[in-house]
Design a protein around this ligand. Structure first.
Ligand SMILES: [Zn+2]
Length: 217
């Protein structure tokens, strides 16, 4: 009989092997501490992980679906006292691996844009090869810095809600966000990787801009 336990917010599965030995697996990270039995390993992979890891049961949704979630994250950023931007990292199966609001004001990090912060976190957690098959969803087109961060993280695709030019109309010359006027496709075009760019996504452009209402006045 296997037992599930939450330790420091992480889920571990314990299976008694004999009187003294336990097989322990970190369910979230799919990390096995002690591999004693191939049969048990395959049982956990097939039967147990799908029950406890949301990552394994989601299929790829539409761009609007992920952008709407990113817009929710941008609202959280604004509510927390930051600029209203949000980003997600989605794997090739459609699982949301990470969510990241803008953190530049509360954390006092001038590079704390949602996408650059997400790219740095992603590179800490995942390999470059894995990230090449992932997509970064963001409410507004990445600035030159964030496009650079995405490039260095090796994230293969970017999908954005509204254009940087539309954002520039909203922010104007606001000191907190003197927006660039440089499409991310132009930044990527000067690099050596074929990063795919999708956007603006017209179904969510208005919703993405709405979160900015009254913020830059
Ligand atoms: Zn940026």
């Amino acid at each position: 009989m296997a037992v599930l336990k939450a330790v420091s917010g992480q889920l571990f599965l314990y299976k008694k092997i004999d009187k003294t030995k336990y097989f322990v697996i970190n369910v979230e990270k799919n990390y096995i501490h002690e591999r004693k039995s191939v049969i048990l390993y395959s049982y956990i992979q097939k039967k147990v992980l799908p029950l406890f890891s949301r990552r394994r049961i989601m299929s790829y949704q539409s761009h609007e679906y992920y952008l709407r979630r990113a817009i929710e994250v941008s609202k959280e950023a604004r509510a927390a006292g930051n600029t209203p931007f949000g980003a997600l990292l989605v794997d090739k199966e459609g699982n949301i691996l990470m969510e990241q609001p803008n953190i530049e004001i509360t954390e006092k990090i001038c590079t704390g844009h949602a996408e650059a912060t997400l790219a740095a976190r992603a590179s800490h957690e995942y390999s470059r090869e894995f990230l090449w098959d992932c997509t970064l969803y963001t409410t507004a087109e990445p600035c030159a810095m964030c496009a650079g961060a995405i490039y260095w993280a090796n994230i293969g695709r970017v999908v954005y809600g509204m254009t940087e030019r539309r954002l520039l109309e909203l922010t104007g010359s606001n000191e907190q966000n003197p927006t660039f006027d440089l499409p991310c496709r132009e930044v990527f075009a000067r690099g050596q990787k074929d990063i795919q760019v999708v956007g603006p996504v017209k179904e969510v452009e208005v919703e993405a801009a709405k979160v900015h209402e009254g913020f830059w006045d």
